[in-house]
Design a protein around this ligand. Structure first.
Ligand code: SF4
Length: 380
């Protein structure tokens, strides 16, 4: 790394992602690059801090003067004290790049919520918390390998709101073995009793060889789960603005919107992805904390691979991104006879509808969101 020189041709990223790879324990269903304590016994968090500091130095000229969004994800960023974050991120001079509008989200898990640390994160500039709840049923939480129980969730959410955060998202899973519709309804009721502004609800997906795969509910039941969540959240005044995401008015996850709209973002930390909208280029850091530290220690970039998207990849991404948002897509994109015929069938089934506010635009319905994989496959 040459004295903090920017290695990429297009600086001025307005969105920044930082990956914190530590977790209390590895959940049984997790595909993210994260290391439970059992794996990190020999890894000094100070080594990660030092490596991240080096990567931030490498990118000290990569960010825009004003940032739109920051997202600290993982892993469990709430296990890293704010003082450590401040030291490793210092070269980026984040405080100078924040505006009144900047959205700065930090993921947190109930088991690592600490009131003093929350005050420290707020002092850094974090103004949005995304809490990994996943379930409020203790047997399900245990089955999933989560380290918290439902009481821990309640206490953690109370602490977060008491600490002054008023933009709080929660992550919930549905379609989990052992979870029925009444469990799901109770979970939604308990979560929406808090003044949350956003909910992400994902269907549990597992690789075919996973020990719990055979216990996953039938796809008809999964559909019922997804439709129940839609009905409940809309009734509570949330907008279903993306396949798996609901928000109070104006509270979309703006960082994720940057991903879904194909904007540029810079990702730092092991396994982090980046995208440059101008060059149509994406790249990924190595998914190994050890290698990440080693490469940066040698003054080498931790990027594992990069690619410039082909026109075919760009078309596919355009469709995937447009279909996942309630903004929808222009009818004029349906160019072939096959596409128009498929769209007519989906419209008859109630999976696609004309956008109520945007003439000449189509969008998926709640049922369409639940079946979006099928729709994407058929239309592209
Ligand atoms: S807390 Fe999140 S990132 Fe960590 S192991 Fe569990 S699912 Fe993965």
């Amino acid at each position: 790394m040459a004295g903090g020189q920017n290695i990429f041709m297009t600086p001025s990223f307005k969105s920044l992602y930082v990956h914190f790879p530590f977790c209390e324990s590895k959940c049984h269903y997790c595909d993210f690059y994260s290391l439970g304590r059992e794996k990190t016994r020999d890894t000094d968090p100070a080594q990660f801090e030092a490596a991240l500091l080096q990567e931030c130095t490498l990118h000290q000229n990569s960010l825009s003067a004003q940032l739109d969004t920051l997202f600290f994800g993982g892993g469990t960023p709430s296990m890293t004290p704010p003082s450590s974050m401040e030291r490793s991120l210092a070269p980026l001079k984040l405080q100078q790049r924040l505006t009144q509008q900047t959205e700065w989200t930090m993921e947190a898990n109930p088991s690592s919520i600490d009131a003093e640390n929350l005050t420290g994160y707020r002092a850094l500039g974090v103004n949005r918390i995304s809490m990994g709840v996943q379930s409020l049923k203790n047997s399900t939480l245990q089955n999933l390998g989560r380290v918290h129980d439902s009481q821990g969730v309640m206490q953690a959410l109370e602490t977060v709101f008491k600490s002054g955060f008023d933009n709080v998202s929660v992550d919930l899973l549905c379609g989990v073995p052992g979870q029925d519709l009444s469990d799901l309804e109770r979970e939604l009721e308990q979560l929406t009793a808090f003044p949350i502004t956003h909910l992400s609800c994902y269907l549990l997906t597992l690789a075919p060889h996973h020990r719990m795969h055979s216990q996953l509910p039938h796809e008809d039941v999964q559909l019922e789960h997804l439709l129940l969540v839609d009905e409940w959240m809309v009734k509570k005044g949330f907008t279903h603005y993306e396949i798996s995401n609901y928000c109070k008015p104006g509270k979309q996850a703006r960082h994720n919107l940057a991903y879904w709209k194909g904007h540029s973002y810079l990702g730092l930390g092991p396994s982090a992805h980046s995208f440059d909208q101008v060059e149509k280029k994406r790249w990924k850091n190595v998914s190994s904390l050890h290698k990440y530290g080693q490469l940066l220690g040698q003054g080498t970039s931790p990027v594992e691979w990069s690619e410039v998207l082909t026109p075919e990849q760009l078309t596919l991404e355009k469709w995937m991104l447009a279909l996942r948002l309630d903004d929808g897509f222009p009818e004029s994109w349906l160019q072939s006879k096959h596409q128009r015929a498929k769209a007519a069938v989906f419209s008859e089934k109630g999976w696609i509808q004309k956008h109520p506010e945007k003439a000449g635009t189509l969008r998926l319905t709640a049922r369409g969101f639940a079946l979006s994989d099928q729709i994407v496959r058929a239309l592209i």
